[in-house]
Design a protein around this ligand. Sequence first.
Ligand SMILES: Cc1ncc(C[n+]2csc(CCOP(=O)(O)OP(=O)(O)O)c2C)c(N)n1
Length: 596
Amino acid sequence: METNAKPKTETQPVRELLLANQAIARGAWEAGVTFAAGYPGTPSTEIIETLAKRYPETNPRWSTNEKVAFEEGMGAAIGGLRVLVTMKHVGLNVAADAFMVFPYSGTNGGFVFISADDPGMHSSQNEQDNRYYGRMGKVPILEPSDAQECRDFVIAAFDLSEQFSTPVMLRTTTRLAHHKGLVDVGPRREVSQREFVADAKRFSVPIYRKLHRPKVEERLEALRAYAETCSFNRVEHSDNAVGVITSGISYQYVKEVLPDAGVLRLGMTYPLPPEMLRDFCGRYQTVYVVEEGESFIEEYMLSLGINNIQGKALFGVIGEYSPGRLRQALNLGAAVPQPFTEDIMLLPRPPMFCVGCGHRTVFSALRQLKVTVAGDIGCYTMGALPPFEAEHTTFCMGASIGTAVGLERAGHDKVVAIIGDSTFIHAGIPPLIDAVYNGSKLTLVILDNSTTGMTGDQPHAATGYNALGQETHKLNLVAMCKATGVENITVVDTWQRKEVARALRKAVKYNGPSVVIAQGPCMQLPEMKRRGIPPYTVIEELCTQCDACFKVWCPAIKRTAANFPLIAGDECTSCTVCAQVCPTEAIVLAETAVVA
Ligand SMILES: Cc1ncc(C[n+]2csc(CCOP(=O)(O)OP(=O)(O)O)c2C)c(N)n1
């Protein structure tokens, strides 16, 4: 695909082995992006991380949430820059308010946003096919099928965006985003900033948006015509009686399972090209529609009156596709053998807090308090699982506080909401304001581990660092909570189990809204790993085998054949919690473990 921007320097083509998310970042850099914003979320996170590590001239940032990222991107694009905005699928729910209105004014500089969907819910609270969002917002959707196309489509998406003045959605899925491939890369283009022309009728005053409503439809029609001939959509005809219409990563599965079939690979899945679809279907006796997610392409084809197709009834809407699944659905014999057999399978590993995780003490205490706990999205969701079972609801980011308020109204006497620091900043502040404003007496626990742990430790506004690792203003969580009107705020060291339990007990008894901030950095942070504190060890002569330390549920504590606890020195993070629970002081720092 050609771009209208000029290469800055002529260099030999270079090939790199890249994760598809890195290829997207590379494409954005090559396309001349000068502003990028996102909020972490699997499977999109590596895009901003790569921009920050390798391409800082794209000015990447972690925004406080996806709506803010989208709005910052809108401003930068209206101001004439090329902009990339990234998020996981549910992030678009958060950004939807801005997203749904932007197509009316249209963009000035190229605006491309990534919707990284997660079929199979590898790391998400739901399955959601965001192509429906693209259709609802009436913006073009591109779906690359490999790492090379991730880079190529991003570059081409900027031209498309500028050509039609429209935001462009680039939809990826987990399997695509996290595969690696060889990618031909090129130099960065020099793209001059477009002029911003103040135009209240276009960018402001909602009443004038009516004037733009027909333009959205006109643009859509023009895009539909474009879809018929654009190079995103590719026909690979064959003499076979079977033809397949597919998109995204499913294209790879189709090529593997039905190598002789004719294929229409739709790289642009909205708007769809009616004539191309009709023409393709006219050439094959049997046509399969293989699309991961919902029945998006198939539904459109049925609406065109193309009925001789087989799709979702055969392949299903739930979960990820795979070559094996296609084989099975098509009765093509056994699935391709797996690279491992039963007897060398890994041991089952139930989800558990990491060794030394500071969330552990909080859930131990909550379990004992026997209160109703409305949870949130983050590593702490594991507090709902055995052995703690001390989190009773989890829905979406920020929902803990609103749900707690509702549970309180439904008669639960004292309700605790529990939320991580990143999630609190993302979506917890308005509901806390609301809780206080409307007279709730909930206790809010903020698990302040100085990072966005669940998605791999990205900084946020209360860490004092930005995406580039530069020092910046550090949001004061205590002051933030105070400003909402909460008067009872306690800050505790999360590894001091008795202090944590005491603070929670008191907060729950308090006759009014209260906040407990359990502080202690995530043990996965490089600075925590570099602390150089020796591990803890067990002096068997002092151990009475009371098993108290096992009830910390730390994965570093194993059992010896003689039934003594054994702390794996290479795993222990010296969090001290097991030593705190040992009644005979048999657990000590390794260097002091000398027995008289
Ligand atoms: C709207 C939305 N955006 C992003 C995510 C991905 N995500 C899941 S949990 C989480 C934040 C985790 O950080 P924090 O709340 O600080 O808790 P921690 O994991 O550090 O304990 C994120 C970004 C999501 N689930 N939903």
